[in-house]
Write a protein that binds this ligand. Sequence first.
Ligand code: DX5
Ligand code: ZN
Length: 221
Amino acid sequence: MRAQISPSILNCDIANLASELQRIDNADGVHVDIMDNHFVPNLSWGLPVAQAVVENTKLPIDAHLMITDADRWAPAYAEIGCHTVTAHAEATAAPVRLARELHRLGAQAGIALRPATPLAAIADVISEFDMLLIMTVEPGFGGQSFLDIMLPKIAQARALLSKDNLDIRLQIDGGVSRKTIERAAEAGANVFVAGSAVYKSEDAHREIDTLRELATTHLCG
Ligand code: DX5
Ligand code: ZN
């Protein structure tokens, strides 16, 4: 299997969205960060911008909802054509119902964990999901340093998925770069969100290819 790179557009030049999406059109997906200034201390954007992303790329979109009322809003992201909609475990009251609703609407379902939330929070329901997102920074901002202390959790997540033979993507998000991607892949991640590493590079296409190559040679799951 090949590692997947999903650039976060959080810190792209949003006034030039279409060309910013072209810069990453060799990626495996586009990661759109939705923040409500409640679940995280930052405000980004909502449905209209996500819709503009859907309309300006052929790549599958993964919407990362950092919002308190995920049950209320997540289905709308499926309806506008996001490929995967990821809610935080801390912000959904009924994760199973939400996953099934997203599937009914034709989207894949993801579930995310903040750094302090243990895997046990989702272990009993993970089989309902298509992707598990382990945050490798405190959510809210791009450009933070990768939290090495999350590596054991990534490894535990890989073990949990392997134990039950679950074909679920294991995504990490935050501080992913050439310096950190190999250890995250070794620990068991196979989908990598990279914001600043990609958008701050001179040649985003090359950066994506490099990150993918580094991760693929270290994949363990
Ligand atoms: C953080 C967001 C991330 C972030 C990634 O809350 O969920 O997607 O923008 O940016 P970098 O790669 O710069 O950490
Ligand atoms: Zn994100």
